[in-house]
Design a protein around this ligand. Structure first.
Ligand SMILES: [Fe+2]
Length: 395
């Protein structure tokens, strides 16, 4: 009986965590202002703790959910809440089984060569700026300095012949906070330049602290690409007191701002539409040039930079061929068998990282380089080189 009772408490608490994680993920996918998000985050933490304590006490009692006045109302409320927890846990298990039984389509990925740069071995403490980060970095299996440079060769539908072999370096979620020093990012930039990409795309969450804007000339300012370096901003950039100062600092070193805009560039004598969607944090979505959808003409090959993968439905509606995103950090902590749990998206962990083919759009979600919480387990930082191929790959 005691074992059964303990099991029931455990199942309910797991459902409780699933319910609040669901809410947490959606909160961080919303376009609420930073102050509102942080206030709601604190409130969430209090409610999670209080409701877990109340549930545990109630379910450990001799007659759970049954007692006389004056507690009848509270009992009924806790019963209803426990029921919601069980339903939520059932939903999570159902989705997990669904994902296991039908793995996502990875046929767009031709090859993936990963080069690990374990920076801890190379430059040690010079890469970490804070004592707390140094302590976190010393936790066994924490991968904050174990950067994976991933060269992914991908098949892209309707890629013009002239763009076959186009190389795009994607860097995302650098989070200049001071936890990692400029030296860390200089090393990353140096290694990314060694790929000799045609394009560089920065997909948001670049700078958290205003003082770190001064790092840009020596870090992101050194990025080199034959056909240009482009950027958009993310929700953490929104936290700066003066976002326009960040945009200016980036454009001053030669990066092009695609936030809420679209341009047509000629690459290998072929027009390519490059657009940036910073919704929901910096609306509106870009107005696309008429040439991109001229009736009767062949659509221009199009690439979208969007911080959040939640803009995938918009990208599909607009017919984008390729979409580059970040924001999720791959979940930062991936549990064996379970995978990521926390993912700031209205789709939960569905688009945590990697390639997603949802016609007509192929989306790549980058795990990012850093974060405000210096913890990464089973989810190393990522810099990606996407090499586009146009061979007929549909089964
Ligand atoms: Fe981020």
């Amino acid at each position: 009986m005691i074992v059964l009772s303990l099991l029931l408490v455990l199942v309910t608490l797991l459902g409780h965590l699933a319910l609040w994680t669901w809410l947490y993920n959606r909160l961080h996918a919303s376009g609420f202002s930073t102050g509102v998000v942080l206030a709601l985050e604190k409130l969430t933490m209090v409610l999670v703790t209080v409701s877990a304590a109340l549930l545990t006490v109630e379910m450990s009692s001799r007659r759970p959910f049954v007692s006389g006045a004056p507690w009848d109302g509270v009992d009924r409320l806790l019963m209803a809440y426990a029921l919601a927890c069980w339903i939520m846990l059932g939903r999570v298990v159902f989705k997990w089984i669904g994902q296991r039984s039908s793995p996502r389509d990875q046929s767009a990925l031709i090859s993936n060569h990963t080069e690990r740069l374990t920076m801890k071995d190379h430059a040690g403490d010079r890469l970490i700026g804070r004592r707390s980060t140094r302590l976190a970095g010393a936790i066994p299996l924490n991968q904050i300095l174990d950067v994976h440079f991933q060269h992914k060769t991908i098949r892209v539908e309707n890629l013009p012949e002239s763009l076959h072999g186009l190389r795009i370096a994607q860097l995302s979620d650098l989070h200049f906070t001071g936890q990692l020093t400029p030296r860390f990012f200089e090393t990353v930039v140096h290694r990314a330049n060694a790929w000799q990409p045609d394009l560089v795309c920065l997909t948001g969450d670049l700078v958290d602290k205003a003082a770190c804007i001064d790092w840009i000339p020596e870090t992101l300012g050194r990025l080199v690409a034959r056909c240009g370096c482009y950027f958009i901003l993310g929700n953490h950039d929104q936290r700066l007191p003066d976002v326009s100062r960040l945009r200016r600092a980036l454009t001053d070193v030669g990066l092009e701002d695609l936030g809420g805009s679209a341009v047509i560039r000629t690459i290998a004598e072929t027009p390519v539409l490059l657009a940036g969607n910073e919704c929901p944090w910096f609306p509106p979505a870009p107005n696309l040039p008429r040439q991109a959808h001229a009736p009767g003409s062949v659509p221009i090959f199009s690439i979208l930079l969007s911080h959040s993968p939640d803009q995938l439905p918009w990208a599909r509606r607009e017919g984008f061929n390729l979409m580059l995103s970040g924001h999720t950090h791959g979940g930062q902590i991936r549990f064996p068998l379970v995978g990521p749990v926390v993912c700031p998206s209205r789709f939960g962990v569905q688009y945590a990282s990697g390639l997603y083919w949802e016609p007509p759009t192929l989306m790549h979600v980058n795990r990012g380089l850093s974060g405000v919480h210096p913890l990464r387990f089973g989810c190393p930082p990522e810099v990606t080189l996407l090499e586009l191929q146009n061979e007929d790959w549909r089964p």
